[in-house]
Design a protein around this ligand. Sequence first.
Ligand SMILES: Nc1nc2c(c(=O)[nH]1)N[C@H]1C(S)=C(S)[C@@H](COP(=O)(O)OP(=O)(O)OC[C@H]3O[C@@H](n4cnc5c(=O)[nH]c(N)nc54)[C@H](O)[C@@H]3O)O[C@H]1N2
Ligand SMILES: Nc1nc2c(c(=O)[nH]1)N[C@H]1C(S)=C(S)[C@@H](COP(=O)(O)OP(=O)(O)OC[C@H]3O[C@@H](n4cnc5c(=O)[nH]c(N)nc54)[C@H](O)[C@@H]3O)O[C@H]1N2
Ligand SMILES: [Mo]
Length: 776
Amino acid sequence: MTHNLPFVAAHWGTYRAEMADGRVRALLPYEDDPDPSPIGQAMVETLDDPCRIGQPMVRRGFLDGNADRSLRGRDSFVAVDWDTALDLAARELLRVRRDHSNEAIYGGSYGWASAGRFHHAQSQLRRFLNLFGGYTSARDSYSYAAAEVIMPHVLAPMKTLLTEHGTWQEIADRKSLIVAFGGIAVRNGQVNGGGVARHTQRDDMAAALDAGADIVTINPSALDLDDSLRDRWLSIRPNTDMALMLALAHTLVARNLHDQAFVDSHCTGFDAFRPYLMGQMDGQPKSADWASSITRIPARRIVDLALQMARRPTVVNFSWSMTRQQNGEEIIWMAVVLAALLGGIGRRGEGVACGLSAVNSVGNRRGRLPVAALPTGTNPVSTFIPVARIADMLLDPGGSVHYNGEDLTFPDIRLVYWAGGNPFHHHQDLNRLRRAWERVETVIVHEPHWTPLARFADIVFPATVSMERNDLSGSPQDTHIFATSAVAKPFKQSRNDHDIFADLAARVTGPTDVDGTILDRFTEGRSEAEWLQRLYDRTVKNLSATMPDMPRYDEFRVIGTVSVPVPEHPRRLLENFRADPVEHPLPTPSGRIEIFSNTIAGFGRDGIAGHPMWRDPVEWQGASLAQKFPLHLVTHQPDRRLHSQLDQSSHSRAGKIAGRAACVINSIDADVRGICDGDIVEVFNDRGRCLAGASLSPDVRKGVVLMATGAWYDPDWENGSDRCKHGNPNVLTADLPTSEIAQGPGALTCLVDIRKAEGDIPPVTAFDIPEITLPT
Ligand SMILES: Nc1nc2c(c(=O)[nH]1)N[C@H]1C(S)=C(S)[C@@H](COP(=O)(O)OP(=O)(O)OC[C@H]3O[C@@H](n4cnc5c(=O)[nH]c(N)nc54)[C@H](O)[C@@H]3O)O[C@H]1N2
Ligand SMILES: Nc1nc2c(c(=O)[nH]1)N[C@H]1C(S)=C(S)[C@@H](COP(=O)(O)OP(=O)(O)OC[C@H]3O[C@@H](n4cnc5c(=O)[nH]c(N)nc54)[C@H](O)[C@@H]3O)O[C@H]1N2
Ligand SMILES: [Mo]
């Protein structure tokens, strides 16, 4: 009988905790989950593993006067008591606010943190900093910033498109053809921000294929591919999808197979785009032959694909990775244009799909679950950066950046506060980030584990993990809310983010109420239990129309979960628009799908014309740099963990090769370099180097190497700090914006070479904790 065991929720699934002698023995997947993720078990063994932080820590050099900030990352730490650490953090916050204003505090704190609506680290941080007078914030995501910025100009906000997404069922019903740019990585559907009740996408995709749907996968790698789809794999040269999309459009238009009536009634700007597409503008038709020389896909296969797309219901699907490369905005835009030319936008089982299985919710039938979140208040500081411009900001105070039609000025950041993310995982060109990080006077971090970010901090507050907290869990894109329970005691002296901020709030004043602290306004006098009840009651109120009979809070805590009915067909912005574009215009400037955008053209940026176009990326295999670094590095999401979370677990480590991150390389590329399967290799370019374990595979395109993100950054301080000993590929990636439209992360624009690692190979020290001393 497992149905009364307490719930534990994570981004990768929901589990019940099986207890023995007051300790968690195992996590059992939620009984209604047909395809649970194995990542969950790692949460048990990491509860009290050596990487946990048990006490507040202050960096030795920081205590000694902070003269050399380049010591961050390799310095020792001094274990202090809570009062000492809190006093120090409060002193630094007050100093920076007094001497430099709130704008000098960077609280962007990007990251996935953990599931749970109350104990959500970023929300707690924002609530605290807003009461403190505000902070420089960050916009958009690392996931798909390019799409977040371009989509509202040309189709609809990403949020709407992701909430009102088409489903696998509709694809099955229509026996659609999915043209999948970047493929469909079912492994990524293990997770969903905020939690997952049921993993259904693997079965749903299989059922759609059984029903007669088909998937053409466009990807430099076939590693994510189901065997049945192998002969439908188009192996593409990385960063060239734009050329392929243009050629598909060109073929449709040249043969008059596009839906001119839909273009006339629902789109704007085709006439301004057409001369570029057909070559009247620059003498170069964007034909299959042209694209073939760029993508290295045979022209005949491009034409053949276009003809298939014209013949049957087609979904143009882009994986979110399409956004994380130079010109990512226009690639996404071109996916919309291609779908518009096919005329299927707004029809079930057709149109454009925004990342089927990129996370669990996309493609599954879901409504919007109006689960309440911790109110964060408003930020009195309006200064912000596009999230991936963090190193630019730190290196260039007063400098400027163009973003979505605005000129932004970088603030002069003195203090960085991070809770629930890991920039030494997620940012590109980590050697550059390290230099930028040295400009900051004070770094305050909350972390449960000795992650690279914790090691690069000055003041580290040990945070609890979700299994140590009661919470209310449920993602707005999911079907269930859960009452989750603290099934373990907080590790040593660790405390939850809310309590840490409450204690800080008791030590600082607000910007106006100089006589009293901000404690009362931060906690509103509520305990954890009272907050949870409040969030639950809010959720009940939000659901009152659809679910008038929600259980009372005390009943909910006993039952443990409530599921909301999903609408048969969620009301669709795009369906209504299709039915009547005058009555139901899109929220774009013209109310139509914008193939040409006056807004984007009006930004007046070099090379940005106002419609999608092919531009050579700085780094791709067609660049002259490819003579020096001939391999294109593709960094993708890891199968065995979420980003860098739980990398210390045995499940994640079982996927490593010789203890390092795997680097998948084509056997031909390996042979010419004398590399054998299992060898330790060094992957390098002018930005940095990392050690990795070679995995030879015919499933990755010749000239391409693949590395998952998330190996804990492990600088080789002894032999050259530009090298990571463990295999974090972000020492190699370029810190380049997607473009001046969105300034998103261009992580996938990256050339490298590989050699067998020679000589003494240093051991991996990523999971060793720093030297810790007691106060002197
Ligand atoms: N090269 C390359 N880089 C990439 C990508 C890529 O494709 N290629 N992908 C990018 C993408 S899409 C993303 S979203 C980012 C992800 O980047 P992040 O979201 O920053 O990565 P995580 O490893 O999930 O970091 C979450 C951190 O929060 C901590 N944490 C968890 N729970 C709590 C808590 O309750 N309290 C506190 N205080 N801390 C907690 C964890 O220990 C962990 O260190 O990476 C980006 N980086
Ligand atoms: N297990 C697990 N699941 C996750 C995550 C995780 O960390 N672990 N992270 C989650 C997050 S935050 C996000 S944003 C999503 C991301 O979801 P995505 O961005 O869709 O996922 P990725 O795995 O980064 O990349 C998908 C595919 O893009 C291909 N690709 C790379 N470059 C190119 C190219 O130039 N052209 C083409 N055609 N294909 C290319 C890669 O080979 C890879 O197979 O995943 C989510 N799901
Ligand atoms: Mo992401």
